[in-house]
Design a protein around this ligand. Structure first.
Ligand code: NAD
Length: 373
């Protein structure tokens, strides 16, 4: 069983899909590991670290030759997979809705493509969940990015020269990233409020010492929502939410938006008029910018200033913490493959619950129900 770890090719991708720690663990299971030269460089892992852990280091062709499983952070370009066994597994974050042509190419080549972001949200899969591990880091980094752009301090400071008041931070979307953003902004000393459409988050916001801001006159999503995910809200809810946000946002210094809907464009939570109502010097970080953005005027890959308000739209935020993001991503991959490792077969054998959820292609066809419509 040969596992290949590629150097990521996507622009701005600094993460890597294995670390020396996970290489050692895979070898202990009986696998052979091949790592492409320089794969870990941007995540501060030298080739020697992988070699010491027992991996062979080589160019892309040598790494891929005879590989049974190819690990990536993002899906590798199918055109560059020459040498991989036709029935090999490609295991990565495959962005299946946006990268349909790529998924079709994996199918045509015979590969079994496994999309880690389709991991079901069930208790036993928590340690395999790349969305959680990466969102956690994004929520943290979003607050630091906001602090770096903000021309004031976060905490209240009482000095001999007078008092500086605490920054007011508002977190919109309280999933994994939002909860970490609340915790981080609180640690920096901001006064934090937060909102979500899922009722279960109200208590979570309070437990972190922040103030919940909720639409009260129109029902949102009860409890956790299906699988912890939100859906598109009714026009009535959206109107009530817009009114609520308008009243609140003008008083905020920092806004972090994280709201996503799986398989759909991100919901628009802040209009240009609401941005214009904010004080000059305020900062908005739109973590949903690559999915279409929660904020009108945010631009993917750019930091823009509109009426004195800075809107931060960094792409691939986890990659901005490449070392930790790689460590967690790699463990997610290892936790997944090792949980299904069949000693007799010398390779992982998936069960239906997880296999059917994440498998995109098999036997030359697209087989995932979420891609069939
Ligand atoms: P997400 O990234 O899909 O969305 C981020 C947040 O935005 C969610 O809380 C969502 O409700 C919110 N949102 C969507 N539309 C909105 C709108 N119009 N206005 C305001 N907020 C909006 O969510 P996530 O971070 O991946 O996690 C969501 C939930 O799933 C959490 O409760 C998390 O604990 C749970 N979860 C469970 C597991 C597991 O059990 N294995 C794994 C991951 C997440």
């Amino acid at each position: 069983m040969k596992i290949a770890v590629l150097k990521e090719q996507a622009d701005g991708e600094r993460r890597v899909a294995a670390t020396p720690e996970t290489v050692r663990k895979f070898i202990a299971l009986g696998a052979t590991l091949a790592v492409e030269t320089g794969a870990g460089e941007t995540a501060s892992i030298a080739d020697a670290g992988y070699a010491d852990a027992g991996a062979s280091i080589g160019d892309r062709a040598a790494t891929l030759s005879g590989a049974d499983i190819v690990l990536g952070v993002q899906g590798p370009d199918p055109a560059t997979l020459a040498g991989v066994s036709p029935d090999a597994w490609i295991v990565a974050s495959l962005n299946p809705f946006a990268e349909r042509a790529r998924v079709e190419a994996y199918a045509a080549a015979g590969y079994e493509a496994l999309a880690m972001e389709f991991m079901p949200r069930i208790t036993r899969a928590q340690s395999m969940d790349i969305l959680s591990s990466q969102s956690n880091l994004s929520g943290y980094k979003a607050v630091l990015d906001a602090a770096a752009e903000y021309g004031r301090a976060f905490p209240m400071m009482m000095t001999a020269a007078g008092t500086i008041s605490a920054a007011k931070a508002f977190v919109m979307g309280v999933g994994v990233a939002g909860l970490q953003a609340i915790a981080t902004a609180r640690r920096l000393g901001a006064q934090v409020s937060a909102t979500d459409v899922r009722a279960a988050t109200r208590e979570q916001i309070q437990s972190l010492g922040a103030k919940p801001i909720f639409v009260e006159n129109v029902a949102g999503i009860e409890g956790e929502g299906t699988g912890g995910y939100a859906g598109e809200m009714s026009p009535e809810y959206q109107a009530a939410q817009a009114e609520l946000v308008s009243g609140h946002i003008a008083k905020q210094d920092i806004v972090i938006t994280t709201a996503l809907i799986p398989g759909r464009p991100a919901p628009r939570l802040i209009s240009a008029a609401q941005v214009a109502s904010m004080k000059p010097g305020s900062v908005i970080v739109d973590l949903a910018v690559e999915q279409g953005g929660n904020v009108e005027g945010s631009v993917a890959g750019e930091v823009v200033v509109v009426n004195g308000v800075t809107i931060v739209g960094h792409r691939n935020v986890p990659s901005r913490l490449a070392a930790d993001a790689s460590a967690l991503f790699s463990r997610n991959l290892f936790n997944f493959l090792s949980a299904f490792w069949d000693k007799d077969a010398g390779r992982p054998v998936l069960d239906a619950e997880i296999g059917d959820a994440i498998r995109l292609t098999q036997g030359g066809r697209i087989v995932n129900a979420r891609l069939s419509s």
